[in-house]
Design a binder for this molecule. Structure first.
Ligand code: NAD
Ligand code: UFG
Length: 341
Protein backbone atom coordinates (compact mmCIF):
# COMPACT_ATOMS: atom_id res chain seq x y z
CA UNK A 1 0.00 0.00 0.00
CA UNK A 2 1.31 3.44 -0.93
CA UNK A 3 1.85 5.50 2.24
CA UNK A 4 1.67 9.26 1.88
CA UNK A 5 2.69 11.51 4.75
CA UNK A 6 0.57 14.65 4.96
CA UNK A 7 1.89 17.39 7.25
CA UNK A 8 -0.81 19.82 8.33
CA UNK A 9 -3.36 17.20 7.30
CA UNK A 10 -6.06 18.29 9.75
CA UNK A 11 -6.06 21.83 8.33
CA UNK A 12 -8.38 23.28 5.69
CA UNK A 13 -6.63 22.16 2.50
CA UNK A 14 -4.92 19.16 4.12
CA UNK A 15 -8.19 17.60 5.31
CA UNK A 16 -9.76 17.85 1.85
CA UNK A 17 -6.63 16.33 0.34
CA UNK A 18 -6.75 13.43 2.85
CA UNK A 19 -10.30 12.66 1.68
CA UNK A 20 -9.27 12.54 -1.98
CA UNK A 21 -6.16 10.47 -1.21
CA UNK A 22 -8.17 7.90 0.76
CA UNK A 23 -10.80 7.75 -1.96
CA UNK A 24 -8.09 7.01 -4.51
CA UNK A 25 -6.63 4.15 -2.50
CA UNK A 26 -3.67 5.78 -0.79
CA UNK A 27 -2.83 5.05 2.83
CA UNK A 28 -2.52 8.37 4.64
CA UNK A 29 -0.39 9.35 7.62
CA UNK A 30 -1.08 12.79 9.09
CA UNK A 31 1.20 14.85 11.29
CA UNK A 32 -0.33 17.98 12.79
CA UNK A 33 0.19 19.81 16.07
CA UNK A 34 -3.43 21.10 15.94
CA UNK A 35 -2.28 24.71 16.43
CA UNK A 36 -4.81 25.78 13.79
CA UNK A 37 -7.11 22.78 13.43
CA UNK A 38 -9.34 20.45 15.39
CA UNK A 39 -9.01 16.68 15.84
CA UNK A 40 -12.76 16.34 15.12
CA UNK A 41 -11.82 16.66 11.45
CA UNK A 42 -10.45 13.11 11.65
CA UNK A 43 -13.90 11.73 12.53
CA UNK A 44 -15.41 13.71 9.67
CA UNK A 45 -12.86 12.34 7.20
CA UNK A 46 -13.79 8.86 8.39
CA UNK A 47 -17.50 9.54 7.94
CA UNK A 48 -16.96 10.75 4.37
CA UNK A 49 -14.58 8.02 3.25
CA UNK A 50 -15.38 5.10 5.60
CA UNK A 51 -11.62 4.92 6.05
CA UNK A 52 -9.26 6.46 8.54
CA UNK A 53 -5.92 8.18 8.45
CA UNK A 54 -3.06 7.30 10.79
CA UNK A 55 -2.76 10.42 12.94
CA UNK A 56 0.15 11.75 14.94
CA UNK A 57 -0.32 14.89 17.00
CA UNK A 58 3.22 16.16 16.71
CA UNK A 59 5.06 19.39 16.02
CA UNK A 60 7.27 19.41 12.96
CA UNK A 61 9.82 21.25 15.07
CA UNK A 62 10.16 18.04 17.12
CA UNK A 63 12.69 16.28 14.94
CA UNK A 64 12.93 13.22 17.19
CA UNK A 65 9.18 12.62 16.91
CA UNK A 66 9.21 13.11 13.13
CA UNK A 67 12.18 10.80 12.72
CA UNK A 68 10.36 8.10 14.71
CA UNK A 69 7.35 8.36 12.37
CA UNK A 70 9.58 7.91 9.32
CA UNK A 71 11.22 4.91 10.98
CA UNK A 72 7.88 3.29 11.69
CA UNK A 73 6.28 3.76 8.26
CA UNK A 74 7.24 3.06 4.68
CA UNK A 75 6.63 6.54 3.33
CA UNK A 76 6.64 7.04 -0.42
CA UNK A 77 6.01 10.78 -0.63
CA UNK A 78 5.29 13.80 1.56
CA UNK A 79 2.69 16.50 1.01
CA UNK A 80 3.83 19.41 3.17
CA UNK A 81 0.95 21.70 4.16
CA UNK A 82 1.94 22.48 7.75
CA UNK A 83 2.68 26.12 8.41
CA UNK A 84 1.29 29.35 9.77
CA UNK A 85 -0.57 31.28 7.06
CA UNK A 86 -2.03 34.57 8.25
CA UNK A 87 -0.44 37.39 6.25
CA UNK A 88 -1.32 40.17 8.76
CA UNK A 89 -0.22 38.16 11.80
CA UNK A 90 3.07 37.38 10.08
CA UNK A 91 3.94 41.10 10.09
CA UNK A 92 3.36 41.21 13.88
CA UNK A 93 5.25 38.04 14.83
CA UNK A 94 7.63 37.54 11.90
CA UNK A 95 10.20 35.52 13.82
CA UNK A 96 7.54 33.07 14.96
CA UNK A 97 6.55 32.65 11.30
CA UNK A 98 10.14 32.18 10.16
CA UNK A 99 10.83 29.66 12.91
CA UNK A 100 7.62 27.70 12.48
CA UNK A 101 7.59 27.61 8.70
CA UNK A 102 11.28 27.58 7.81
CA UNK A 103 12.89 25.64 10.65
CA UNK A 104 10.21 22.95 10.52
CA UNK A 105 10.70 22.55 6.77
CA UNK A 106 14.47 22.25 7.12
CA UNK A 107 14.06 19.60 9.81
CA UNK A 108 11.52 17.75 7.69
CA UNK A 109 13.84 17.77 4.66
CA UNK A 110 16.67 16.47 6.79
CA UNK A 111 14.57 13.58 8.10
CA UNK A 112 13.26 12.82 4.61
CA UNK A 113 16.79 12.61 3.20
CA UNK A 114 17.92 10.41 6.09
CA UNK A 115 15.10 7.98 5.28
CA UNK A 116 15.64 8.24 1.51
CA UNK A 117 12.24 9.82 0.88
CA UNK A 118 12.71 12.41 -1.87
CA UNK A 119 9.22 12.86 -3.33
CA UNK A 120 7.72 16.09 -2.06
CA UNK A 121 4.67 18.17 -2.88
CA UNK A 122 4.95 21.60 -1.27
CA UNK A 123 2.16 24.11 -0.55
CA UNK A 124 3.34 27.34 -2.05
CA UNK A 125 1.20 30.35 -2.85
CA UNK A 126 0.45 32.93 -5.50
CA UNK A 127 1.87 35.39 -2.99
CA UNK A 128 5.35 34.45 -4.32
CA UNK A 129 4.63 36.57 -7.42
CA UNK A 130 4.88 39.73 -5.30
CA UNK A 131 3.31 42.94 -6.52
CA UNK A 132 5.19 43.83 -9.67
CA UNK A 133 4.42 41.04 -12.12
CA UNK A 134 1.84 41.42 -14.90
CA UNK A 135 -1.27 39.25 -14.88
CA UNK A 136 -1.92 36.45 -15.49
CA UNK A 137 0.92 35.06 -13.41
CA UNK A 138 3.15 32.54 -15.17
CA UNK A 139 5.44 30.14 -13.32
CA UNK A 140 8.67 31.53 -14.75
CA UNK A 141 8.06 35.06 -13.41
CA UNK A 142 10.55 36.43 -10.85
CA UNK A 143 9.57 35.85 -7.24
CA UNK A 144 9.29 38.29 -4.36
CA UNK A 145 6.92 38.88 -1.52
CA UNK A 146 5.47 41.65 0.58
CA UNK A 147 5.03 39.88 3.94
CA UNK A 148 7.04 37.61 6.24
CA UNK A 149 4.49 34.88 5.48
CA UNK A 150 5.04 35.29 1.75
CA UNK A 151 8.79 35.34 2.22
CA UNK A 152 8.62 31.95 3.96
CA UNK A 153 7.10 30.57 0.74
CA UNK A 154 9.72 32.23 -1.48
CA UNK A 155 12.50 30.98 0.80
CA UNK A 156 11.23 27.41 0.99
CA UNK A 157 10.95 27.30 -2.80
CA UNK A 158 14.58 28.46 -2.88
CA UNK A 159 15.66 25.86 -0.27
CA UNK A 160 14.14 23.17 -2.46
CA UNK A 161 15.71 24.48 -5.68
CA UNK A 162 19.12 24.48 -3.98
CA UNK A 163 18.58 21.01 -2.52
CA UNK A 164 17.67 19.68 -5.97
CA UNK A 165 20.75 21.25 -7.60
CA UNK A 166 22.94 19.65 -4.93
CA UNK A 167 21.20 16.25 -4.98
CA UNK A 168 19.07 15.28 -7.94
CA UNK A 169 17.31 12.53 -6.01
CA UNK A 170 14.93 15.27 -4.83
CA UNK A 171 11.71 15.15 -6.83
CA UNK A 172 9.55 18.14 -6.03
CA UNK A 173 6.30 19.80 -7.07
CA UNK A 174 5.84 23.38 -5.87
CA UNK A 175 2.10 24.05 -5.99
CA UNK A 176 1.26 27.73 -6.05
CA UNK A 177 -2.31 28.02 -4.85
CA UNK A 178 -4.43 30.97 -5.81
CA UNK A 179 -7.45 31.60 -3.52
CA UNK A 180 -8.77 28.32 -2.07
CA UNK A 181 -12.39 28.52 -0.91
CA UNK A 182 -15.48 26.33 -0.60
CA UNK A 183 -15.79 23.09 1.30
CA UNK A 184 -16.39 19.40 0.78
CA UNK A 185 -19.84 18.93 -0.86
CA UNK A 186 -20.87 16.67 2.07
CA UNK A 187 -20.86 19.70 4.38
CA UNK A 188 -18.76 17.69 6.86
CA UNK A 189 -15.42 19.45 6.47
CA UNK A 190 -14.58 23.03 5.60
CA UNK A 191 -12.64 26.09 6.64
CA UNK A 192 -12.85 26.82 10.37
CA UNK A 193 -10.91 30.01 11.06
CA UNK A 194 -9.96 30.98 14.60
CA UNK A 195 -11.57 34.28 15.66
CA UNK A 196 -12.33 36.90 13.05
CA UNK A 197 -11.76 35.50 9.54
CA UNK A 198 -9.02 37.23 7.54
CA UNK A 199 -10.24 35.98 4.20
CA UNK A 200 -13.21 37.01 2.12
CA UNK A 201 -15.28 33.83 1.69
CA UNK A 202 -15.28 32.70 5.35
CA UNK A 203 -16.12 36.26 6.41
CA UNK A 204 -19.08 36.43 4.02
CA UNK A 205 -20.24 33.01 5.26
CA UNK A 206 -20.18 34.23 8.85
CA UNK A 207 -22.22 37.31 7.91
CA UNK A 208 -24.73 35.04 6.16
CA UNK A 209 -25.07 32.77 9.19
CA UNK A 210 -25.51 35.75 11.53
CA UNK A 211 -22.17 35.59 13.36
CA UNK A 212 -20.93 38.94 11.97
CA UNK A 213 -22.96 42.07 11.23
CA UNK A 214 -21.50 43.11 7.93
CA UNK A 215 -18.60 42.64 5.58
CA UNK A 216 -16.04 45.38 5.10
CA UNK A 217 -15.11 45.52 1.42
CA UNK A 218 -11.49 46.61 1.45
CA UNK A 219 -11.29 49.25 -1.28
CA UNK A 220 -13.75 50.37 -3.94
CA UNK A 221 -11.28 52.39 -5.97
CA UNK A 222 -9.01 49.77 -7.49
CA UNK A 223 -8.42 49.91 -11.24
CA UNK A 224 -10.67 46.87 -11.77
CA UNK A 225 -14.00 46.60 -13.60
CA UNK A 226 -16.04 47.48 -10.48
CA UNK A 227 -13.35 49.02 -8.27
CA UNK A 228 -13.01 46.05 -5.88
CA UNK A 229 -10.15 43.55 -5.68
CA UNK A 230 -10.08 40.68 -8.17
CA UNK A 231 -8.81 37.19 -7.25
CA UNK A 232 -8.68 33.72 -8.75
CA UNK A 233 -10.89 31.60 -6.46
CA UNK A 234 -10.48 27.84 -6.59
CA UNK A 235 -12.70 25.18 -5.02
CA UNK A 236 -10.74 23.38 -2.30
CA UNK A 237 -11.73 19.97 -3.71
CA UNK A 238 -10.29 20.92 -7.11
CA UNK A 239 -7.17 22.05 -5.27
CA UNK A 240 -6.98 18.76 -3.35
CA UNK A 241 -7.21 16.84 -6.64
CA UNK A 242 -4.28 18.87 -7.96
CA UNK A 243 -2.13 17.32 -5.22
CA UNK A 244 -3.01 13.82 -6.37
CA UNK A 245 -2.08 14.73 -9.93
CA UNK A 246 1.23 16.13 -8.69
CA UNK A 247 1.93 12.95 -6.70
CA UNK A 248 1.12 10.83 -9.76
CA UNK A 249 3.51 12.84 -11.88
CA UNK A 250 6.32 12.54 -9.33
CA UNK A 251 5.77 8.79 -9.19
CA UNK A 252 5.67 8.15 -12.92
CA UNK A 253 8.29 10.49 -14.34
CA UNK A 254 11.53 8.75 -15.25
CA UNK A 255 13.75 11.72 -14.37
CA UNK A 256 13.46 13.66 -11.12
CA UNK A 257 12.66 17.37 -11.28
CA UNK A 258 11.61 20.41 -9.38
CA UNK A 259 8.69 22.15 -11.04
CA UNK A 260 6.34 24.93 -9.96
CA UNK A 261 2.67 24.79 -10.96
CA UNK A 262 -0.04 27.39 -10.60
CA UNK A 263 -3.22 25.88 -9.20
CA UNK A 264 -5.93 28.34 -10.05
CA UNK A 265 -8.93 28.65 -12.32
CA UNK A 266 -7.27 31.19 -14.58
CA UNK A 267 -10.15 33.61 -14.11
CA UNK A 268 -10.66 36.46 -11.66
CA UNK A 269 -13.76 37.57 -9.75
CA UNK A 270 -14.21 40.83 -7.87
CA UNK A 271 -15.30 41.09 -4.24
CA UNK A 272 -18.72 42.34 -5.39
CA UNK A 273 -19.09 39.36 -7.73
CA UNK A 274 -18.28 36.97 -4.89
CA UNK A 275 -20.85 38.68 -2.67
CA UNK A 276 -23.48 38.37 -5.41
CA UNK A 277 -22.70 34.67 -5.96
CA UNK A 278 -22.90 33.99 -2.22
CA UNK A 279 -26.23 35.83 -1.95
CA UNK A 280 -27.56 33.53 -4.65
CA UNK A 281 -26.24 30.45 -2.82
CA UNK A 282 -27.63 31.34 0.60
CA UNK A 283 -30.81 33.04 -0.62
CA UNK A 284 -30.37 36.19 1.44
CA UNK A 285 -28.65 39.56 1.10
CA UNK A 286 -25.14 40.02 2.52
CA UNK A 287 -24.75 43.30 4.33
CA UNK A 288 -21.55 45.11 3.35
CA UNK A 289 -19.90 48.52 3.20
CA UNK A 290 -17.05 49.76 1.03
CA UNK A 291 -14.13 50.81 3.22
CA UNK A 292 -10.51 51.78 2.75
CA UNK A 293 -8.01 49.45 1.14
CA UNK A 294 -6.28 46.81 3.28
CA UNK A 295 -2.53 47.34 3.57
CA UNK A 296 -0.56 45.03 1.33
CA UNK A 297 -3.45 44.11 -1.01
CA UNK A 298 -3.03 44.39 -4.75
CA UNK A 299 -5.78 45.19 -7.24
CA UNK A 300 -6.00 42.05 -9.28
CA UNK A 301 -4.35 38.73 -9.92
CA UNK A 302 -5.18 35.41 -11.47
CA UNK A 303 -3.30 32.39 -12.74
CA UNK A 304 -2.10 31.26 -16.08
CA UNK A 305 -3.06 27.66 -15.30
CA UNK A 306 -1.91 26.17 -18.61
CA UNK A 307 1.21 24.45 -17.24
CA UNK A 308 -0.79 22.41 -14.71
CA UNK A 309 -3.24 21.49 -17.45
CA UNK A 310 -0.50 20.35 -19.82
CA UNK A 311 1.85 18.62 -17.39
CA UNK A 312 -0.36 17.48 -14.52
CA UNK A 313 -3.46 16.90 -16.66
CA UNK A 314 -5.34 18.92 -14.09
CA UNK A 315 -7.82 21.75 -14.37
CA UNK A 316 -10.62 23.08 -12.22
CA UNK A 317 -14.04 21.52 -12.61
CA UNK A 318 -16.04 23.72 -10.25
CA UNK A 319 -17.13 27.33 -10.63
CA UNK A 320 -17.83 30.21 -8.26
CA UNK A 321 -21.44 29.10 -7.72
CA UNK A 322 -20.21 25.64 -6.66
CA UNK A 323 -17.70 27.23 -4.28
CA UNK A 324 -20.38 29.42 -2.67
CA UNK A 325 -22.91 26.56 -2.47
CA UNK A 326 -20.45 24.30 -0.65
CA UNK A 327 -19.08 27.06 1.59
CA UNK A 328 -22.66 27.88 2.60
CA UNK A 329 -23.60 24.24 3.23
CA UNK A 330 -20.56 23.86 5.49
CA UNK A 331 -21.16 27.14 7.34
CA UNK A 332 -24.92 26.72 7.78
CA UNK A 333 -24.64 23.11 8.96
CA UNK A 334 -21.65 23.81 11.22
CA UNK A 335 -22.12 27.39 12.49
CA UNK A 336 -19.39 26.84 15.09
CA UNK A 337 -17.08 24.95 12.77
CA UNK A 338 -15.64 21.83 14.37
CA UNK A 339 -16.32 23.04 17.92
CA UNK A 340 -19.47 21.94 19.66
CA UNK A 341 -22.11 24.35 20.89
P1 NAD B 1 -4.44 25.54 7.91
O1 NAD B 1 -3.94 26.46 8.96
O2 NAD B 1 -5.88 25.18 7.92
O3 NAD B 1 -3.58 24.18 7.91
C1 NAD B 1 -2.22 24.17 8.30
C2 NAD B 1 -2.06 23.08 9.35
O4 NAD B 1 -0.69 23.03 9.76
C3 NAD B 1 -2.90 23.34 10.60
O5 NAD B 1 -3.71 22.19 10.86
C4 NAD B 1 -1.87 23.54 11.70
O6 NAD B 1 -2.32 23.04 12.95
C5 NAD B 1 -0.66 22.79 11.16
N1 NAD B 1 0.65 23.26 11.62
C6 NAD B 1 1.16 24.52 11.59
N2 NAD B 1 2.39 24.54 12.09
C7 NAD B 1 2.71 23.26 12.44
C8 NAD B 1 3.85 22.64 13.00
N3 NAD B 1 4.95 23.34 13.35
N4 NAD B 1 3.81 21.30 13.21
C9 NAD B 1 2.72 20.57 12.89
N5 NAD B 1 1.61 21.10 12.37
C10 NAD B 1 1.61 22.44 12.14
O7 NAD B 1 -4.03 26.16 6.50
P2 NAD B 1 -4.50 25.78 5.03
O8 NAD B 1 -5.36 26.87 4.53
O9 NAD B 1 -4.96 24.39 5.00
O10 NAD B 1 -3.10 25.92 4.28
C11 NAD B 1 -2.26 24.79 4.08
C12 NAD B 1 -0.98 25.27 3.43
O11 NAD B 1 -1.31 25.94 2.20
C13 NAD B 1 -0.17 26.26 4.24
O12 NAD B 1 1.19 26.00 4.07
C14 NAD B 1 -0.53 27.59 3.63
O13 NAD B 1 0.49 28.54 3.80
C15 NAD B 1 -0.71 27.22 2.17
N6 NAD B 1 -1.58 28.14 1.43
C16 NAD B 1 -2.84 28.39 1.89
C17 NAD B 1 -3.65 29.30 1.21
C18 NAD B 1 -5.03 29.63 1.70
O14 NAD B 1 -5.59 30.65 1.28
N7 NAD B 1 -5.64 28.82 2.57
C19 NAD B 1 -3.18 29.94 0.04
C20 NAD B 1 -1.89 29.64 -0.41
C21 NAD B 1 -1.10 28.73 0.30
N1 UFG C 1 -11.50 41.25 1.22
C1 UFG C 1 -12.46 42.14 1.63
N2 UFG C 1 -12.95 42.01 2.89
C2 UFG C 1 -12.52 41.05 3.76
C3 UFG C 1 -11.54 40.14 3.33
C4 UFG C 1 -11.05 40.28 2.05
O1 UFG C 1 -12.87 43.03 0.89
O2 UFG C 1 -13.01 41.00 4.91
C5 UFG C 1 -11.00 41.36 -0.16
C6 UFG C 1 -9.50 41.60 -0.24
O3 UFG C 1 -9.22 42.97 -0.18
C7 UFG C 1 -9.17 40.95 -1.59
C8 UFG C 1 -10.17 39.80 -1.70
O4 UFG C 1 -11.23 40.12 -0.80
O5 UFG C 1 -9.45 41.86 -2.65
C9 UFG C 1 -9.59 38.46 -1.30
O6 UFG C 1 -8.98 38.57 -0.01
P1 UFG C 1 -8.55 37.30 0.82
O7 UFG C 1 -8.06 37.80 2.15
O8 UFG C 1 -9.64 36.30 0.84
O9 UFG C 1 -7.37 36.67 -0.03
P2 UFG C 1 -5.96 37.32 -0.47
O10 UFG C 1 -5.97 37.32 -1.97
O11 UFG C 1 -5.70 38.59 0.21
O12 UFG C 1 -4.93 36.27 0.14
C10 UFG C 1 -4.96 34.90 -0.21
C11 UFG C 1 -4.42 34.05 0.93
C12 UFG C 1 -2.96 34.35 1.16
C13 UFG C 1 -2.19 34.20 -0.11
C14 UFG C 1 -2.83 35.03 -1.21
C15 UFG C 1 -2.16 34.74 -2.51
O13 UFG C 1 -5.11 34.34 2.12
O14 UFG C 1 -2.45 33.40 2.06
O15 UFG C 1 -4.20 34.69 -1.35
O16 UFG C 1 -2.30 33.40 -2.82
F1 UFG C 1 -0.92 34.62 0.09
Amino acid sequence: MKQILVTGGTGFIGSHTCVELLEQGYQVIVIDNLCNSNAEVLNRIETITQQSVIFYQADLLDKVAIDAIFTKHDIEAVIHFAGLKAVGESTQIPLTYYHNNLTSTLLLLDVMAKHQVFNLVFSSSATVYGENNPIPYVEHFPLSSTSPYGRTKVMIEQFLQDAFVADSRWNVALLRYFNPVGAHPSGLIGEDPNGVPNNLMPYIAQVAVGKRDKLSVFGGDYPTHDGTGVRDYIHVVDLALGHIKALERLAKQTKTSIEAYNLGAGKGYSVLEVIAAFEKACGQPISYGIESRRAGDIAEFYADASKAKAKLEWQVSMNLDDMCRDAWKWQSENPNGFSEG
